[in-house]
Design a protein around this ligand. Structure first.
Ligand code: AMP
Ligand code: MG
Length: 421
């Protein structure tokens, strides 16, 4: 199924129960990543995909000297007080015109500059007098209002590097160069499985002790934003036989399998023992909050990430580990979110682990980044992620970090996001 399997063979971690620092957990995951194969798709389908090759311009843009204003094509140092109009040149074809001393050609923006002309005088700086044009401009510079050949893009230059994400400008450039179809990284095929006897569908009314499955939907959205192809998403009970068969099925057809729930210490936390049975488990716990139980395993080339069930833990684990892993498999140039130092609007209380507190970062009136935490930080409280554009990294400790202290933040969203607290 895969044209490029992972290239490294990796020694197994001796003790998967050892709690890893987030950096070590990330480095471990990265040792098992492989690069997704490429595929050719039509340009119309390529928005937000990752380009697979450097793109070299095979033509100049513009391909001919073009007027940048509506006006008259002239010879810059022509001293004639008025000029005979030799013809009209609009965009889209080449008129057989030649401009010489004492003449001018009417021209529109984007039209090829006629032979002999070396400047365009804007129509606002001219006046018409029977078949003639008078230039009402002190000086006309050589090359004025003309875009020379290749000034926007020179033939042979690298236009986009491999790993570029095809956003608005990139799509326009590809279209302008006639690149269709385009070769991009195939999207990772990802399966998502929520586990828990307590879960019901969003359309159902939960019975006593039941809750609706939030993680399947939050993870699907996070995966789509990361560029993944969610090939299957389902829900399973805490039942070993049913979970084993779903996991076997999903591992067989997926590049990545993501589960939520069932990785803690309870008797019904069945994902954890099933992973040991079905895959090579590389680590199970990370020294972070939320999301300490985070299992990473592989089975052949398939990567398996088993997240804890608490909705914030699941999404923070996704953000810190899974998103950069997927972007790496896509060979995107930019893997990680930006990081910045922000000043705290208020004091924060550290925990015994590295804590990713959800926050709203904004630029203050002095141009400094400041951040406020989004209320209570319980790992069940999805509302702590609403409006949050930053994860503040609070180092472990005993004493509160005072207001005004600089702390490191991962910027997970745009800075315009508004505080609704
Ligand atoms: P677990 O990791 O299975 O021990 O679950 C931890 C907490 O997360 C429990 O309170 C679960 O009810 C809750 N939980 C588990 N899965 C989900 C889910 N898919 N959506 C919302 N909450 C969940
Ligand atoms: Mg559970």
């Amino acid at each position: 199924m895969r044209s490029e399997a992972k290239t490294t063979s990796v020694a197994k971690v001796v003790d998967p129960d050892r709690m890893l620092h987030p950096d070590e957990a990330r480095a471990t995951i990265f040792r098992y990543l492989w690069r997704l194969p490429t595929e050719q798709i039509s340009l119309g389908e390529a928005s937000w995909r990752v380009l697979s090759d450097d793109l070299v311009a095979d033509e100049d843009q513009p391909p001919f000297p073009a007027a940048t204003m509506d006006g008259y094509a002239v010879i810059a140092d022509d001293p004639s007080p008025w000029r005979e109009i030799v013809g009209r040149q609009s965009a889209g074809y080449v008129a057989d015109l030649e401009v010489s001393l004492g003449t001018a050609a009417w021209i529109t923006t984007g039209a090829p500059v006629p032979r002999g002309a070396n400047a365009v005088v804007p129509v606002e700086a001219t006046e018409l007098a029977d078949e003639h044009v008078i230039v009402r401009q002190e000086r006309v510079e050589f090359g004025e209002n003309i875009r020379p050949i290749g000034v926007d893009l020179a033939k042979g230059s690298v236009v986009l590097v491999q790993g570029s994400v095809l956003g608005a400008a990139e799509m326009g450039l590809l279209a302008g160069l006639g690149i269709d179809p385009v070769v991009v990284a195939r999207r990772p095929r990802v399966s998502v499985l929520s586990t828990g006897n307590e879960l019901v569908e969003p359309g159902e009314t939960p019975g006593p002790g039941q809750i609706r499955d939030a993680n399947r939907f939050s993870l699907i959205a996070a995966l789509q934003e990361a560029g993944a192809d969610v090939i299957w998403a389902g829900r399973g009970p805490d039942d070993a036989t049913a979970l084993r068969s779903s996991l076997i099925d999903r591992i067989a057809v997926s590049d990545v399998v993501i589960t939520s729930g069932g990785v803690s210490m309870g008797d019904l936390d069945l994902v954890k023992p099933l992973l040991s049975e079905l895959a090579d488990v590389h680590f199970r716990r990370v020294f972070m909050k939320p999301g300490k139980p985070f299992n990473f395993a592989t089975s052949g080339d398939t990567l398996i990430f088993s997240l804890p069930g608490n909705p914030v833990s699941a999404l923070v684990g996704f953000e810190i580990f899974i998103r950069p892993a997927l972007r790496t498999m896509l060979a995107a140039t930019v893997i990680d979110r930006p990081r910045a130092r922000v000043r705290l609007d208020h004091s924060v209380r550290p925990s015994d682990r590295i804590e990713f507190q959800r926050a709203i970062a904004r630029v203050d009136s002095e141009g400094q980044l400041r951040a406020s935490i989004t209320g209570p930080q319980a790992s069940s409280r999805l509302a702590s992620l609403i409006g949050a554009n930053a994860l503040i990294m609070v180092p472990p400790g005993a004493d509160p970090i005072p207001a005004g202290s600089p702390v490191e933040a991962i910027l997970v969203g745009s800075l315009e996001t508004r505080n609704n607290y």
